[in-house]
Write a protein that binds this ligand. Structure first.
Ligand code: KG4
Ligand code: ZN
Length: 340
């Protein structure tokens, strides 16, 4: 018999609910909070209040769009962490109350694991190819940057990670310096299409292992602009596209370089990318070229599963449902990675 899993995601500034029938997507509703744009970043207290306003209509729409009624839900999966505490509490509390009310199992999900396992969501009955174990996944989001060796659904090894800023944070901070609103990653992506990626060079970190560092790059970008703005106050306006393309190129270069070295070192020929930054068109292009050259199999997530979404929470929920891995109503959110 098929199972219907309701997924709920509320870790940061997207309120999302999704329904999967086994691993097949039935609905995925995402309400992105616009309120943070004017503040240049996510304001935690405003995020949790927006979740409170959004959560009922978002879940209701997800269930309606899936063409099911509540009594058909087999289990409820929710993001337990990492994320903002107030935001997580909204989704966690709602999931508990609904699971209790419907008398169905409750499943806690790690947000980062969900970004990786989003590759196993099927869009239709025509089954698409999914990665086989082991594969390497570069997870690049607003809060995390990791190269992971995925040995099984629930067996991940961290091969490398950022020692300071995340890749998405680097995009957002560079965008802020350019005067663009939050989140700046997609805006840099769009601007960069009109610019020359080799117009300007910024100092990239060169750590000896598989770790990343982006804070030096941001400082190099900031000082470069500060110096040039002294000479010409319109420097940013005149060079916006070239600046966006060049900083994007530097971030992507760090990401691809380390991933390639790690894949060769581990002799892994299947690469996946996940997380908000995996929506970046140039990152996707460059990985496509690399995979062609190296004869690797590349898994690019469909765009709706790159940034935060509840379908990825529901797919982890589905795999845990198969194992009977449920949690109790005592489950509490955790805010940091590895604290689960
Ligand atoms: O996965 P996500 O939605 O949230 C976290 O778990 O952090 O990732 C959000 C991040 C933001 O930093 C945003 O600027 C970045 O993903 N992002 C992009 C693009 N789309 C989203 N960065 C570069 N290019 C994009 N197209
Ligand atoms: Zn995320």
């Amino acid at each position: 018999m098929s199972s219907y899993i309701l997924g709920i995601e509320s870790s940061c500034d997207d309120t999302s609910a999704a329904v999967l029938k086994d691993s097949i997507l039935c609905s995925n509703i995402i309400s992105s909070q616009k309120i943070h744009e004017q503040y240049g970043g996510v304001v935690p207290e405003l995020a949790s209040r927006s979740h409170l306003q959004n959560i009922v209509p978002v879940i209701d729409t997800a269930i309606k769009n899936a063409n099911i009624n509540k009594s058909q839900i087999s289990a409820i999966a929710f993001t337990r962490g990492p994320g903002l505490l107030g935001s997580l509490l909204v989704g966690t509390s709602f999931a508990k109350a609904l699971a209790y009310g419907l008398n169905v199992p409750l499943i806690e999900v790690d947000h980062l694991q969900a970004h990786v396992l989003s590759h196993f969501i099927q869009l239709s009955e025509d089954v698409k190819e999914v990665p086989t174990f082991p594969f390497l996944c570069l997870t690049v989001s607003g809060g995390h940057t990791q190269i992971l060796l995925i040995k099984d659904y629930f067996d991940f090894e961290i091969i490398g990670q950022t020692i300071d800023d995340a890749a998405g944070e680097a995009f957002d901070k560079a965008a802020k310096i350019l005067g663009l609103p939050y989140p700046g990653g997609p805006l840099i992506d769009a601007l960069a299409k009109e610019g020359n990626p080799h117009a300007f060079k910024f100092s990239e970190a060169n750590l000896p292992n598989f770790d990343f560092s982006f804070s030096g790059l941001k400082t190099s970008f900031l000082y470069f602009l500060r110096d040039n703005l002294k000479k010409d106050e319109n420097f940013i306006e005149k060079n916006k596209a070239d600046l966006a393309a060049s900083i994007q190129n530097a971030i992507i270069h760090s990401l691809t370089k380390k991933t390639v070295v790690a894949a060769k070192y581990l002799n892994i020929k299947q690469i996946a990318i996940a997380g908000g930054v995996s929506a970046n068109s140039e990152l996707r292009n460059q990985f496509t070229q690399i995979a062609n050259n190296e004869n690797w199999k590349l898994f690019l997530p469909s765009l709706q599963f790159t940034t935060d979404n509840a379908a990825m929470i529901a797919i982890v929920g589905y795999f845990k449902f198969l194992k009977g891995d449920f949690c109790s109503l005592d489950s509490v959110p955790y805010t940091r990675y590895g604290k689960g």
